[in-house]
Write a protein that binds this ligand. Structure first.
Ligand code: ATP
Ligand code: MG
Length: 570
């Protein structure tokens, strides 16, 4: 592409609305423009990158034997009513009606669609295993669209659905996808970690997320500093810290007027937060559930939801509900005499001795409380892991960082196939529900994450694999005929080699052109300037400061070498 013919959209100033580097650079380099909150139009440069990422994804998916489909984005409500998600999806789903008042939605994901397709087309075990995928636009009315296409309301997703005859075979399909994802993100130049994720009511180690570490990430990712353990905070397993052994003391009721929070209690009892167990009360689809964790710990609401059967709407109980459960004001809840549908007790609390809890009476606490002697509940892991704790796998030290999810793989089992009647006939002639898996990659979010990991103060530094242009040719003085002629020759020859080249032939100062080349971020730059009289040009990599003056003939070798070095065939 010649820049003199191109609608160049580069901007010098940093757009005020963009907080993070990738969002700023996507606007500044002219990859996209905003149309509405969380809705973006892709410009030619951005579109080229999207297509390149899609191609990497497509190649690796095809290599696994998966087949590409394309489903509609506009989906009839009936399918979602069948799975029960028409209501469960809530306000994140964009809904619309046709002229006959029939309900439709813009698909936020396609499990129902592909399960429906499978139930119509898959009849026999002989057709299995099967993996169908698409690269298609999704719609989600996110509560907080932000950071450009990191969290937008319209985005492109690669979503794949596997169908197998039994669990063992589903595991094989899942593992294939996991391997393909590692290859895809590697090829895109993204440093990702595959972490265990929560899989809701299905449980087990049935879901993994591909996370990029990022300060602006919205998830907490838990890592072990000694072994490979990595998990999403929602899922990370805790090991209870054992309290020192103590003789059981006599239960005491203590008057604690106006003492409610853990800080106030610590000051009042002149001890530390580890001597307290707090009792938090939640409302889960109308039922009251209490959970106890040590005074200095945080409740993990995902673990809580899973413990009570999953798929419930969880909220902190209102002051009225707290009053109904404890007969006291907020701040005095405790396990003894509590009126709730379930009492969940974190492992750690069950191992404490002579601790302090609320007395379910305004202005009172109990001290010297002991599990089993004074109360009982359902024991389990109900809290968040913390920095510095022990790894559940090897006992090493845990560290926590922020991360962004770029991909997600999930063993669904028969979650959709059973209720939707997607059955096949097995070897014995019996109908059985299909064992399914689903696998997503956010294409736009991957693009933004690549920029987060590959940029400097001057602009984007594209990995060769996804770059919109491989090479930028800058003509120092466009009016100089000799320079222009040489540049055009190099340009045409490179194009003949199937290399994507951007020729900056605009009548601009060289400094402006260099700035734009850096901002747009092609991995290689060739400058045709004064030295052309000696048959020489400058060759520079975007990620290095070094400028080599080389013979024109040498240019083609240098470029081919770069492709080789990056394992990319020309
Ligand atoms: P998140 O927790 O970030 O909302 P999710 O769990 O809702 O993600 P999935 O339903 O697993 O995401 O979707 C698969 C992939 O689609 C994600 O890994 C992510 O890359 C991408 N994705 C999801 N929501 C968005 C969005 N609003 N904007 C851009 N990409 C998204
Ligand atoms: Mg989401």
């Amino acid at each position: 592409m010649k820049m003199s013919n191109m609608l160049n959209l580069t901007m010098r100033e940093v757009p005020a609305e963009a907080e993070i580097a990738s969002h700023q650079l996507m606007l500044r380099a002219g990859l996209m423009r905003k149309m509405a909150s969380g809705v973006y139009n892709f410009m030619p440069l951005g579109l080229k990158v999207l297509k390149n990422i899609e191609e990497v994804v497509r190649e690796e998916m095809n290599r696994t034997g998966a087949q590409e489909f394309l489903a509609s984005a506009m989906l009839p409500a009936e399918l979602w009513q069948e799975s029960g998600r028409w209501y469960a999806y809530g306000p994140e789903m964009f809904r619309l009606k046709d002229r006959n008042e029939r309900d439709f939605c813009l698909g936020p994901t396609h499990e129902e669609v592909f399960t429906d397709l499978a139930r119509q087309e898959i009849k026999s075990y002989r057709q299995l295993p099967l993996n169908l995928y698409q690269i298609q636009t999704k719609y989600r009315d996110e509560r907080r669209p932000r950071f450009g296409v990191m969290r937008s309301r319209e985005f492109i997703m690669k979503d794949a659905y596997s169908f197998d005859k039994d669990e063992a075979s589903m595991d094989v399909s899942y593992n294939k996808m996991q391997e393909a994802y590692v290859k895809i993100f590697n090829r895109c130049g993204l440093d990702v970690k595959c972490v265990e994720a929560d899989s809701g009511a299905i449980g087990g180690s049935n879901s993994a997320e591909f996370m990029v570490k990022s300060e602006v990430g919205e998830d907490d990712v838990v890592f072990c500093t000694s072994c490979n353990y990595a998990a999403n905070m929602e899922k990370a397993v805790t090991t209870p810290e054992m309290a020192d052994k103590e003789e059981m003391q006599e239960l005491k009721k203590v008057e604690t007027p106006e003492v409610r929070t853990i800080e106030e209690l610590v000051a009042f009892f002149k001890t530390n937060a580890k001597k307290f167990a707090k009792t938090l009360i939640y409302s889960a689809d109308g039922k009251l559930v209490a959970v106890m964790v040590r005074g200095d710990r945080e409740v993990n609401e995902t673990k809580l939801v899973n413990a009570i059967g999953g798929a419930v709407e969880l909220q902190m109980a209102s002051p009225e509900q707290v009053m109904a459960a404890t007969s006291a004001q907020v701040g005095y809840a405790g396990p003894m005499g509590l009126k709730v549908d379930a009492l969940l007790v974190d492992n750690e609390v069950a191992n404490m001795h002579n601790f302090i809890v609320g007395a379910n009476e305004t202005g009172y606490h109990y001290s010297n409380v002991n599990y089993k002697r004074d109360f009982e509940g359902i024991i389990g892991d109900f809290r968040n892991i913390e920095e510095g704790e022990r790894c559940p796998n090897c006992g090493g030290t845990i560290t926590i960082s922020r991360g962004t999810e770029v991909g997600h793989i999930f063993k669904l089992g028969t979650k959709y196939s059973a209720p939707m009647g997607a059955n096949f006939i097995d070897e014995n002639g019996e109908p059985k529900p299909l064992e399914m898996g689903c696998y997503g990659i956010g294409i736009n979010r991957t693009m933004a994450s690549i920029i987060e990991q590959h940029h400097d103060e001057n602009g984007i530094i594209w990995p060769l694999s996804v770059a919109p242009y491989h090479v930028s040719i800058v003509v120092a003085v466009t009016k100089n005929e000799e320079q222009m002629k040489a540049a055009e020759e190099i340009y045409n020859k490179l194009k003949g080699m199937k290399i994507e080249v951007l020729l900056d032939d605009r009548d601009e100062r060289a400094g402006v052109k260099f700035k734009d080349a850096d901002l747009i971020g092609a991995p290689m730059r060739i400058t045709v300037g004064k030295k052309i009289t000696e048959g020489k040009v400058e060759f520079k990599l975007r990620n290095s400061e070094e400028v080599d003056v080389i013979d024109i003939e040498e240019v083609y070798n240098r470029i081919s070498e770069e492709f080789k070095r990056n394992n990319i065939e020309l």
